[in-house]
Design a protein around this ligand. Structure first.
Ligand code: N01
Length: 544
């Protein structure tokens, strides 16, 4: 394996490329591979020292994927999948990062990637029909196509706590963990946040630290992941079926085949049948639970049954009944915030050196020199871990100053919420593509399936433009307006908009509350984008 950062160019560059790709995670890596195969000259810019994106940055203790490894891998190359063996049902971050480096080696990707380089602006030069891209390292290049592979959960966010700069201990964000790791032995640690990152990291931190204080604003639904080593026969079978499995995955709503959605409605089932279905799926681990019956995510009544079931299971996992009650979520339906998968999360709170502080009523007031202050009390700690999440879906995109036709800024256009056609492009921004952008299934699906779906679509589109000598493609305003309305309407038919989730932008003060992903499913969405392409990019305007 090449060292992280090997292949990075030494100096600022200028010049012209056919395409610039921003980001070298799963999306940017595959996009580069596809565009190179078309004979295009491509430059990728990546802020990290190596490939990996999410899996490069999120190195916190316990970081692990919540989609099964045999499904969370590229499905475009038989050779690549046959050359790699996953060790566990849910791969841990180091293994996923090793896999990404294996792919980068195999496809010799690094020679076109400029690492430790952040894109700061991209402006469309209308007369030239080129994007002018600038980086924080002084690169100034132009390219006909600009492709944002910036990730949905890549702009890590530490809340604006007063006094953090005075804190005398060390602090970390799960989404930007030190590469050398952190030794918490003998330390008193505060963890702020109980989403997926907090829930995964707390048991592992607690196994090492002298004392852990968890600050919980919202209790979350969590169920045992059921992680285990993969059996040799499972790996062998997957190697024979992966490409076919992937085809099936694209025909499912979530891009996942390890479970099926039961389409029967709760009212059509007996209480015993519902309980059996929930029990089986709970024991299976993972997201199967949410597919127990057809209207689980659609009506309060149906959802309530599953929520009660989950709360009972969670309650039974904690011996200390007072603490157990605090850990139960009552303020949102199950599944409308990302369901968390854990390994011994709830059980950790029975350990004598782990405390839970419920901060819903009394939020953190400030960080002092010595620790965290809330409810008029100072909790002295040696280290603080912020598991406080991301400016999701739009944060990384809008951190770049993107200007389209007439110098119009994407930040202004999206001030009231993101506006895209199909999550792939935005009117006024020709030849600018988003991979898994807002308005596409993205975070509600197996990300790798959605990434491949988008990369394939974009590569075919670029081929069509290049071969047809067509200067540009751009979403029409009408198609975009209709799509935004459609995405909102679909979301409003579900329970999703009813939680203060990052899907809604609710975790970022001042961010517009708009449900960002497309809830219609990878399968329906895939048919739609295929139809659009087959109708010579209907809803887009092709410029001669
Ligand atoms: O972030 P989150 P995350 N004071 O936003 C709390 C994916 N992921 O990094 O809910 C106090 O979910 C906040 O409280 P509240 C996955 O899609 C996947 O955990 O806003 N607390 C919440 O408890 C996931 O959903 C994997 O009230 C504050 C927490 O911080 C997504 O990434 C692993 C606060 C943030 O939770 C994000 O997960 C990890 C404040 N001011 C992540 N601000 C797997 O594959 C925020 N919080 C398993």
């Amino acid at each position: 394996m090449a060292a992280q950062g090997e292949g990075a160019l030494a100096r600022a560059e200028s010049g012209q490329f056919d395409a610039v790709i921003v980001g070298a995670g799963f999306a940017g890596m595959y996009m580069l591979h596809r565009l190179r195969a078309l004979g295009l000259k491509v430059r990728v810019y990546e802020a990290g020292e190596g490939v990996g994106g999410t899996w490069y940055w999120n190195r916190y203790p316990g970081a692990r994927c919540d989609v099964e490894s045999l499904e969370y891998q590229y499905g475009f190359s038989d050779e690549i999948q046959r050359g790699w063996n996953w060790s566990e049902r849910y791969a841990a971050q180091p293994e996923i990062l090793r896999y990404q480096n294996y792919v980068a080696d195999k496809l010799d990707l690094r020679r076109d990637i400029r690492f430790e380089t952040r894109v700061i602006s991209a402006a469309y030069d209308e007369p030239a029909g080129l994007w002018a891209v600038e980086t924080d390292k002084g690169d100034r290049v132009s390219a006909r196509f600009c492709i944002m592979a910036t990730g949905c959960l890549s702009a890590a966010r530490v809340p604006d706590f007063k006094g953090l700069e005075d804190f005398e201990g060390d602090w970390y964000h799960t989404g930007g963990w030190p590469h050398e790791g952190v030794d918490f032995t003998g330390k008193r640690v505060a963890v702020v946040g109980t989403g997926s990152s907090g829930i995964q990291s707390i048991p592992v931190i607690a196994a090492q630290a002298k004392h852990v204080t968890v600050f919980q604003r919202t209790a979350n639904f969590t169920l045992p992941a059921g992680n285990r080593p993969l059996k040799p026969e499972e790996i062998a079978r997957s190697k024979e079926t992966l490409l076919e499995d992937r085809r099936h995955a694209r025909e499912t709503p979530g891009g996942i085949i390890c479970f099926e959605y039961n389409e029967t409605l709760a009212e059509e089932m007996t209480p015993e049948a519902i309980a059996n279905e929930l029990e089986t799926r709970w024991n299976q681990g993972g997201f199967a639970f949410l597919g127990a019956y057809g209207d689980l995510m659609a009506t309060h009544e149906a959802n309530h049954i599953a929520a009660e079931f989950a709360r009972a299971k969670m309650r039974a996992s904690v011996k200390n009944k007072e603490v157990a009650e605090k850990l139960l979520p009552f303020d949102h339906p199950v599944g409308v915030k990302r369901l968390c998968l854990d390994t011994n999360y709830l059980q950790t709170f029975d350990e004598s050196h782990v405390d839970l502080v419920d901060i819903r009523e009394k939020p953190i007031e400030r960080i002092s020199k010595k620790g965290v202050v809330c409810g008029g009390k100072e909790y002295e700690v040696d280290a603080i871990v912020f598991a406080t999440g991301f400016d999701a879906m739009t944060g990384a995109l809008l951190s770049i100053d993107i200007k389209g036709r007439g110098g119009a800024a994407l930040r202004e256009k999206w001030a009231a919420g993101p506006r895209t056609y199909l999550g792939l492009g935005s009117a006024g921004f020709p030849n600018l593509f988003f991979i898994t952008g807002p308005g596409s299934p993205s975070v509600l699906s197996n990300m790798i399936v959605s990434i491949e779906q988008h990369v394939d679509w974009i590569a075919d589109c670029v081929k069509r433009l290049t071969e047809g000598n067509i200067r540009s493609i751009e979403a029409t305003k009408e198609a975009e307006d209709e799509w935004v309305a459609h995405v909102n309407e679909l979301a409003s038919e579900t329970l999703y908009p009813q939680a203060n989730s990052w899907y809604m932008g609710a975790n970022i003060p001042g961010k517009p509350r708009v449900f960002m992903p497309y809830t219609g499913g990878v399968n329906v969405y895939g048919e739609k984008i295929a139809e659009v392409a087959a109708a010579d990019y209907e809803g887009f305007q092709l410029g001669a």
